[in-house]
Ligand binder design. Structure first.
Ligand code: FAD
Length: 415
């Protein structure tokens, strides 16, 4: 390919780019749409998502499930193409979805491959021209449109959509190159950090994670920023050989990393007894000896947390696990209650973009028109998906953002 000309060029055939391509052609089949991707096989992230089952969206999605740019903008985009719209869209493409815990929606076949295949077929039958193995090196403003410099040649287009994703899982082809294109075209990039990423704990600071590797249980995490609790997040925590993972740790990660990026003092603590206060829990432990005087502290603690966690906590607190409740000294009881409610998690960093499911930060949302996803800086430029300064929590929200932004851009491009 030397120089080719198209009405609309979409850079990135991930979730957002595929959706935008389909919706552009559906809105206006006379417009030529070229979808470019650097990878030989596009949609790598769809394939690995949700444990290769692809958590396509969530039963209930609102702007409160997202972080980053202004929520009013996120709301406007989500309302244009809701989770119900996504369900219909996939049903039309031949993929029916079912609901699992926390409203997560998966394909009935439980195969992410089926989601990708349906999108690729949908694009093909809508008349989208897909060029894989075409890495885009630059996007430049040109007379009457844009000039896209790709490995296979140069493409001229009237409108261009950047759908190059964030920086998470860079081996999938999303390595942040799109941020540079957007920046050169005049956009502000909110500094990025990994999001939905496991956190590394510091063994030198006495962390108990290694001996608990593989244990999972419900906790409530408290994020302390500037010496105050800025947020509480509940859910399952998974202890690993390097630190912590599981939904609650993944959801907390972007907040810890953002605070660190801003050089603000930040720490994370876990309550192993969500919903309890110091007073309520101390009352429980004070009354416990009369109910079960011969029970050991370890046995009583194992009512609250898995036995392995109970044992690790007592070792760390240097409390005798075998001591009977009736003989537990007041100071030790109070230390135990405090530990159960504010267990320090000595975070020293994250596992980085290679292990992150999303990227926080990206193209500033205020610079995009939420009615069209068109840039407010450069006419004819559209920005969608994860490359924007929006990141969702675990549960199918990031894909919903990709479908919604893809739809809004497609509708505008086809008008
Ligand atoms: C392991 C994992 C599991 C996940 N599970 C879920 C889940 O179950 N549910 C959920 O909602 N979200 C999940 N996510 C997040 C979700 O996958 C992303 O938010 C979503 O894929 C973003 O879509 P996107 O189209 O914006 O970007 P991407 O999917 O990253 O697609 C960008 C595309 O652009 C291409 N590209 C990039 N740069 C260039 C260039 N210079 N030239 C040409 N092409 C380029 C890439 O090759 C890629 O195909 C998961 C992410 C990971 C990593």
């Amino acid at each position: 390919m030397d120089t080719s000309i198209t009405d609309v060029a979409i850079v990135g055939a991930g979730a957002a780019g595929l959706a935008a391509a389909i919706f552009t052609r559906r809105a206006n089949p006379t417009r030529s749409v070229l979808l470019l991707d650097g990878a030989r096989e596009p949609g790598a992230k769809i394939l690995v998502s949700g444990g290769a089952r692809c958590n396509v969206t969530n039963r209930v999605v609102s702007e409160r499930d997202f972080w980053g740019g202004r929520r009013a903008i996120v709301r406007r985009v989500l309302r244009a193409f809701t989770a119900d719209d996504a369900i219909c869209f996939f049903r039309e493409l031949g993929v029916s979805l079912h609901e699992e815990t926390d409203g997560k929606l998966f394909p009935d076949t439980n195969r992410a491959r089926d989601v990708l295949t349906a999108l690729l077929r949908g694009a093909d039958s809508a008349g989208v021209r897909l060029l894989t193995d075409h890495r885009v090196l630059d996007v430049q403003a040109a007379d009457d449109g844009f000039s896209i410099v790709a490995t296979g040649g140069t493409i001229r287009c009237r409108q261009v959509v950047l759908a190059t994703g964030g920086q998470s899982l860079p081996k999938s082809g999303s390595d942040g190159a799109g941020f540079q294109f957007a920046q050169r075209l005049g956009h502000t990039i909110v500094p990025t950090t990994p999001a939905l990423v496991p956190l590394i704990l510091d063994e030198a600071r006495g962390s108990i994670h290694r001996r608990l590797s593989g244990v999972s249980h419900d906790v409530e995490l408290a994020l302390w920023v500037d010496c105050r609790i800025s947020m509480r997040l509940g859910g399952a925590l998974l202890w690993t050989h390097f630190g912590i993972s599981g939904p609650v740790a993944l959801n907390a990660s972007r907040h810890w990393l953002r605070a660190e990026l801003e050089h603000r003092p930040v720490k994370l603590t876990a309550s192993f007894c969500p919903g309890e206060t110091f007073d309520s829990l101390e009352r429980l432990w004070t009354a416990a000896p009369s109910r079960r005087p011969n029970s050991s502290v370890l046995t009583a603690l194992a009512d609250h947390v898995p036995a392995a966690v109970a044992s690790a906590l007592l070792d760390r607190l240097r409390l005798d696990a075998a001591v009977e409740l009736a003989h537990l000294a007041r100071t030790n009881r109070r230390a135990l209650v405090q530990a159960l409610l504010e267990w320090p998690l000595a975070v020293k960093g994250s596992r980085g973009y290679n292990h992150a499911e999303a990227t926080a930060g990206g193209v500033a949302l205020d610079e995009i028109n939420p009615a069209t996803m068109e840039s407010r800086i450069r006419q004819g430029l559209y920005l969608i998906g994860e490359m924007l300064d929006v990141d969702g929590r675990i549960g199918g929200f990031n894909f919903q953002w990709a479908w919604s932004t893809g739809y809004v851009a497609g509708r505008a491009l086809g008008a």
